[in-house]
Design a protein around this ligand. Structure first.
Ligand code: GLN
Length: 306
């Protein structure tokens, strides 16, 4: 595995310069673009990492995976009264479908859907950032895991479109809390930072029928039921890369979640997880080197047709 990752690292570097770092969140535009890290965590407890796999990055939309899982645990199938589970085929921050579909977002991973999920969690937790960090600190075994206040403020100061989405949904009765409050929580959530090795570890429960494998100090924990884990993976496969979900399924064929910080996490059910990070994005907001690395990884390991 280590040799495969080293080969991918070398090949991927040829793609530097093909994308652009996200700039609509001003603080993200300052991230040095030419970085690349990849980590693979396997169900046997081993982790393999190369490049900048221990450099923390902004999770951004990857956090939508964790908030969705928390909401599913809290409210179960009632969640589907407020958000759909179909790919949108539109940009992650698009507004067009919301009008014809009467304020019900297509899925929990586009921004409108993620805002509804954060609205649900805002009703349940007085301090959502603490609750979310608590779960993520446990999954990563890192008590220092945190959100980056500078990035959260930078997004919050410029969150005009997300605020518009929230108000639009409120006009249809699909938003409970004040949009300002939910946007505060949403921008903190998106600004949580992890490195590739931590992200691979934190998502291990999705590769392992809902069971987090734990560590030598901490026993494993059934984080989700096996059936719920299977369903989360189905949604990640069909909706995790927004309007590139079809292309990702074709090229990679694994459940994934991407973020504009340049991170991508992929689940290999029954085997492990892969987390890759490189800040340069394509036109749809997905990491150029990240998608390439995952494509090469499934080619070199054969994981896609096992
Ligand atoms: N915080 C970002 C936003 O709401 C997340 C988007 C993303 O990572 N695709 O625009």
């Amino acid at each position: 595995m280590q040799a495969i990752l080293q080969q991918i690292h070398i090949e991927a570097q040829a793609l530097f310069g093909r994308g652009h770092v996200a700039s609509y969140i001003p603080a993200l535009a300052q991230v040095p673009p030419r970085q690349f890290g990849i980590a693979v965590a396997l169900i046997d407890g081993s982790t393999h990492a190369v490049g900048d796999a221990h450099t923390p990055f902004s999770l951004q939309s990857i956090t939508k995976l964790f908030t969705f899982v928390l909401a599913l645990k809290l409210v179960g199938d009632d969640l589907w009264l407020r958000v759909g589970r179909e790919p949108s085929g539109a940009a992650f921050n698009s507004m067009v479908q919301l009008e014809t579909e009467k304020g019900i977002p297509r899925n929990p991973f586009i921004n409108a859907g993620a805002l509804v999920i954060t609205d649900i969690l805002t009703s349940r937790y007085a301090h959502l950032d603490i609750a979310l960090l608590g779960a993520l600190r446990r999954l990563t075994d890192d008590p220092d895991l945190d959100w980056n206040a500078r990035i959260a403020k930078s997004e919050r100061d410029t969150a005009h479109r997300n605020m518009a989405l929230a108000y639009f949904m409120k006009s249809y009765g699909n938003f409970v809390n004040p949009p300002e409050l939910v946007l505060d929580n949403y921008c903190r959530q998106c600004a949580i930072e992890m490195n590739c090795a931590q992200l691979a570890q934190a998502t291990m429960f999705l590769a392992n029928s809902g069971l987090d494998i734990g560590t030598t100090e901490r026993p494993g924990e059934q984080f989700l039921t096996p059936e719920a884990a299977r369903r989360v993976n189905a949604l990640l496969l069909t909706c995790g890369a927004y309007d590139a979900a079809g292309d990702f399924a074709y090229r990679i064929g694994l459940p994934v979640k991407t973020g504009v910080g340049g991170g991508i996490v992929a689940i290999v059910p029954g085997k492990g997880t892969v987390s890759v990070w490189s800040p340069e994005l394509d036109a749809k907001g997905n990491s150029v080197l990240g998608a390439f690395a995952l494509e090469r990884l499934v080619q070199l390991t054969g994981w896609h047709h096992d």
